[in-house]
Structure formats: structure tokens, C-alpha cells
Design a protein around this ligand. Structure first.
Ligand code: HEM
Length: 117
């Protein structure tokens, strides 16, 4: 089961790469106000949700203790990210502030995950 948990952590990290990568590759476009939420960003955010929930289940099945407050905060932030990316997925341009907010919130979630031990 531990191998399965590690596989899902790997998939969770692939999700971060897709979401954050989609943001980072468009930082120049963001400056010009022409960035858009691309399919890898939406799929990355969905991957985070699915793998995160799977990780909670797998850890609980193994009686591993999880920090529920930390996970609740990560889930709340991800719901905001997913909502923004989903609603604006067909917009050809997204305002600078909104696009920046998705990148910023993703970075916040990464630091919540790694600094809150
Ligand atoms: C953008 C959103 C997210 C980011 C950037 C993120 C980031 C990370 C990172 C870097 C790790 C590995 C380091 C660690 O073990 O803490 C991790 C693990 C984990 N994440 Fe996420 N995560 C996100 C969303 C979620 C969501 C929504 C859930 C579930 C509600 C979740 C549940 C978990 C679990 C259960 C683990 C492994 C168990 C542990 O804390 O040791 N994550 N996440």
C-alpha cells in the first residue's frame, strides 16, 4: 500500500507540474494581458483534486495520521483555483490579476504542503 501512496504522490506532483507549468510558460503573456487558462492548467487542477482525495483515502486506510486543517486549507485553495480556471477556460484572454491569482494560489498551496509539517 505504501508503494501505491508513493505512486499517487508522484501523480499529485505531475498535476502540480501541469498547473504551475501552464502558468509559468505564460508569465510574459500575463504581463501583456494576453495569457489564457490552457487545457493543461485545467487538467492539472483536476489531477490535484482527484489524486489529493485518493491520497487522503489511502493514508486513512493505512491509519496514517493526516493534518486535516492543512488538507482543508489546501482543498479550499484548490477549489478556488479550479473554479476560476473552469469558468474562464474558454476566454481567449484573462485579466492579469486573475491569471496571477491562480499562479499565486498554486504557489501558496505548494508552500502550505511542504512547510506545514
Ligand atoms: C494546488 C493544489 C495542491 C498542491 C500544490 C499540493 C501539493 C502537495 C505536495 C507538494 C505534496 C507532497 C509533500 C507533502 O507530503 O506534503 C502533497 C501531498 C499531499 N497532498 Fe496535496 N496539494 C494540493 C492539493 C491537495 C488536495 C486538494 C488534497 C486533498 C484534499 C491534497 C492531499 C494531499 C495528501 C493527502 C498528500 C500526502 C500526505 C501528506 O500530507 O503527507 N492535496 N501535496
Amino acid at each position: 500500500m505504501d508503494v501505491l501512496i508513493n505512486v499517487f504522490v508522484g501523480l499529485h506532483i505531475i498535476g502540480i507540474a501541469s498547473l504551475l507549468g501552464g502558468f509559468l510558460t505564460q508569465m510574459k503573456a500575463m504581463g501583456a494581458g494576453t495569457a489564457r487558462f490552457t487545457p493543461p492548467m485545467l487538467h492539472g487542477a483536476l489531477t490535484m483534486l482527484v489524486t489529493g482525495i485518493a491520497l487522503v483515502g489511502l493514508n486513512q486506510a493505512q491509519d496514517h495520521t493526516l493534518n486535516n486543517v492543512k488538507l482543508g486549507i489546501k482543498l479550499a485553495i484548490l477549489v478556488v483555483i479550479l473554479g476560476l480556471v473552469y469558468v474562464k477556460r474558454d476566454d481567449e484572454k484573462v485579466e492579469k490579476a486573475l491569471f496571477g491569482a491562480v499562479g499565486g494560489l498554486t504557489a501558496v498551496n505548494i508552500f502550505v504542503a511542504v512547510l506545514w509539517t
